[in-house]
Write a new protein. Structure first.
Length: 100
């Protein structure tokens, strides 16, 4: 609603943020504020480092055009790969809520 006067409002304009928030909550642990905070920082670092260095690493083994295409595509998948690894290793998340 805050962006409505500035941008064009359309159906589904918040879906990309909603999906990333869901991934962060799953990684951090459902119900854990500390886990969500640390998972958001960790997920942001993983995506940023992936976008910065993954295309350069691919240029070592692929052609430059293929590396510039595959690098950003795979770097955006790193967060979902991180979520899958966390779900396999710790299904309750990295910082689960302690039972009272």
């Amino acid at each position: 609603m805050m962006q409505a006067p500035i941008l064009t409002v359309q159906i589904g304009m918040g879906e990309n943020i909603l999906i990333l928030a869901f991934v962060v909550i799953i990684i951090g642990g459902i119900g854990s504020i500390r886990g969500a905070f640390l998972a958001s920082i960790f997920a942001g670092l993983v995506e940023t480092v992936g976008r910065a260095y993954l295309p350069d690493l691919f240029k070592l083994v692929l052609s430059p055009s293929a590396a510039s295409t595959a690098g950003p595509a795979l770097s955006s998948m790193l967060i979902y790969l991180l979520m899958a690894i966390v779900l396999v290793l710790r299904p309750e998340g990295l910082f689960p809520v302690s039972g009272k």
